[in-house]
Unconditional design. Structure first.
Length: 237
């Protein structure tokens, strides 16, 4: 999770592409989609008529000055917001994203607002924005992943985090990082079978660092089974 890897999985300001996040940390994830940061693991949204992963994406800064099309105006505000966000000018970014929403609500604009709220530490507002994004684009794994992150940061609600990470895995089962995050939270919640399955999926998808976690949780499960068997034997005597 790079400089903030114990907090964010993918961060445009600090991500190291391809670097595995710290396995010992509870993963809280904020992903941000952007063509501007195409080679970073932290992504951002830029809007156009093309569709990518259920959200709009675009080439940077078309000239919208001569159009009255509301969609084009919404796209312009989105581009402005992403530019401000990439320069860590979050209040200006949020103002632009809100203007985009006012012109035409989109899943991408609500998503970007959620990321900004997350970065500002307003986790409840972040959840609210991500939920609005889900209403418009219900099959987007990263929105669920980010909601899980916000619940962890807001009040340590691991059950809600697990539910949303499971929803993310159901949408994107080939995402090894999400599988790993689900495994960590499942293990912390005492769902050892769920953790084993998710760690195994992460390993199968090439996240070899998860193999140690897989061995550890299997050991934990066998130890639990041995304790239960010993307890049952003592009751039968």
């Amino acid at each position: 999770m790079s400089a903030s890897r114990n907090i964010l999985l993918r961060n445009v300001l600090s991500a190291t592409p391809g670097k595995a996040f710290a396995r010992q940390q509870v993963p809280a994830v904020a992903r941000y989609f952007s063509l501007f940061a195409k080679n970073n693991t932290f992504r951002g949204v830029v809007s156009s008529r093309d569709q990518r992963q259920g959200f709009a994406t675009s080439s940077p800064f078309a000239d919208f000055s001569k159009t009255d099309d509301p969609l084009d105006k919404a796209q312009q505000y989105m581009d402005e917001g992403v530019s401000f966000q990439s320069n860590n000018m979050l209040p200006l970014a949020m103002s632009s994203f809100q203007k985009s929403i006012n012109v035409r609500p989109t899943a991408a604009a609500y998503y970007n607002m959620g990321v900004c709220y997350f970065q500002l530490g307003d986790f409840q507002s972040s959840i609210n924005s991500f939920q609005e994004s889900l209403k418009l684009s219900p099959h987007h794994a990263d929105v669920h992943t980010n909601i899980a992150s916000a619940h962890i940061k807001l009040n340590g609600n691991m059950k809600e985090a697990q539910n949303h990470l499971q929803a993310a895995v159901n949408i994107a089962p080939q995402d090894a990082e999400i599988q790993f995050n689900l495994a960590v939270i499942s293990e912390q919640n005492g769902d050892l079978d769920g953790a084993i399955n998710a760690y195994q999926a992460a390993v199968d998808q090439g996240l070899t660092d998860a193999s140690m976690n897989l061995r550890n949780v299997k050991t934990k499960k066998f130890a639990k089974m041995a304790r239960e068997a010993e307890f049952n034997d003592s009751k039968s005597e």
